[in-house]
Ligand binder design. Structure first.
Ligand SMILES: [Zn+2]
Length: 287
């Protein structure tokens, strides 16, 4: 069997005919026909490069536009030619040009993730406002994920404006009504948030942590209440399995605290790409 004849079509994705890769040099037309995909990927890694800046600077309340990027070790400003996403990392072999300190592998990884998600969103939704909204949402979740891993916080400066922005954005989406979105915000944490807020008003003390609650409200604002239920289900399952694996591998006990934000992000991103198909698959099993 010729594996190149297989069509790549998981769960209703825009199909890519892998057969076209068989002889990519046969025809220039063929090569250029993948230009949109390539551009989507390049756009994504450039955004990923900006996300790195957000991940590094937002939790320490630094401006994300000024000053220019500099080496975190020696403080030397990074020239534009050393700041090209992905390429500069490979070119500099992962080290600062001036002091030689290793650049964390995280930087190119976030750029690649940005590129891949941009490509996936383009393949699933085409060049549409829907695709741009979902990509902005996924980019926001990436920033939150890595800040939560680094600092065990989800900054309000992202999640609170995110609730309003993604509610407005959901009005553009054909798959989510404004009622779905409002119910998403409420079910995703609005009620718990109000309780925490009332608690802090009455007792003048900080209530529950609430970062995850506000994040789930932001998620609900864009993907609606069904998305919230899906996200809670998937993130609990993935989080529990990962927690057990991490405990088995590190031989630490239950006191080990694992941030939950990244799992919420996994659930929400999973819903964007596979949610409706998985939900209908699930209900068809009982039909
Ligand atoms: Zn340096």
């Amino acid at each position: 069997m010729d594996i190149f004849k297989l069509k790549f079509r998981p769960l209703g994705w825009t199909h890519i005919d892998l057969g076209r890769f068989q002889n990519p040099f046969n025809s220039w037309v063929d090569m250029f026909s993948y230009m949109p995909e390539l551009l989507a990927f390049i756009f994504g890694i450039c955004i990923g490069s900006f996300l790195n800046v957000c991940i590094y600077r937002l939790p320490v309340s630094k401006s994300i536009v000024h000053p220019r990027s500099m080496c975190f070790n020696c403080g030397t400003a990074i020239c534009f030619y050393d700041n090209i996403p992905l390429i500069s990392y490979v070119w500099l072999r992962g080290k600062c040009r001036h002091c030689g300190v290793p650049i964390p592998i995280r930087y190119p990884l976030v750029e690649i993730m940005g590129g891949l998600f941009s490509l996936c969103v383009y393949l699933k939704f085409g060049l549409t406002s829907q695709a741009l909204i979902y990509f902005a949402f996924i980019a926001t979740l990436l920033v939150i994920t890595f800040i939560d891993i680094d600092h065990r916080i989800i900054p309000d400066i992202i999640s609170l404006p995110g609730i309003a922005i993604f509610f407005l954005a959901s009005l553009v989406l054909p798959t989510v009504t404004y009622r779905d979105s409002l119910l998403g915000i409420i079910s995703g944490g609005g009620i718990l948030y109000l309780i925490a807020f009332a608690y802090s008003l009455i007792t003048k003390k900080e209530g529950m942590g609430g970062g995850d609650i506000k994040l789930l409200a932001m998620i609900g604002a864009l993907i609606g209440w069904k998305g919230v239920l899906f996200t809670i289900f998937v993130s609990s399952a993935v989080g529990t399995i990962s927690g057990i694996l991490i405990m088995l591998m590190t031989r630490q006990d239950m006191k080990l605290k694992i941030p939950f934000g990244p799992f919420l992000a996994v659930g929400a991103i999973g819903y964007i790409f596979f949610g409706p198909q998985l939900v209908s698959f699930y209900f068809n099993m009982f039909a």
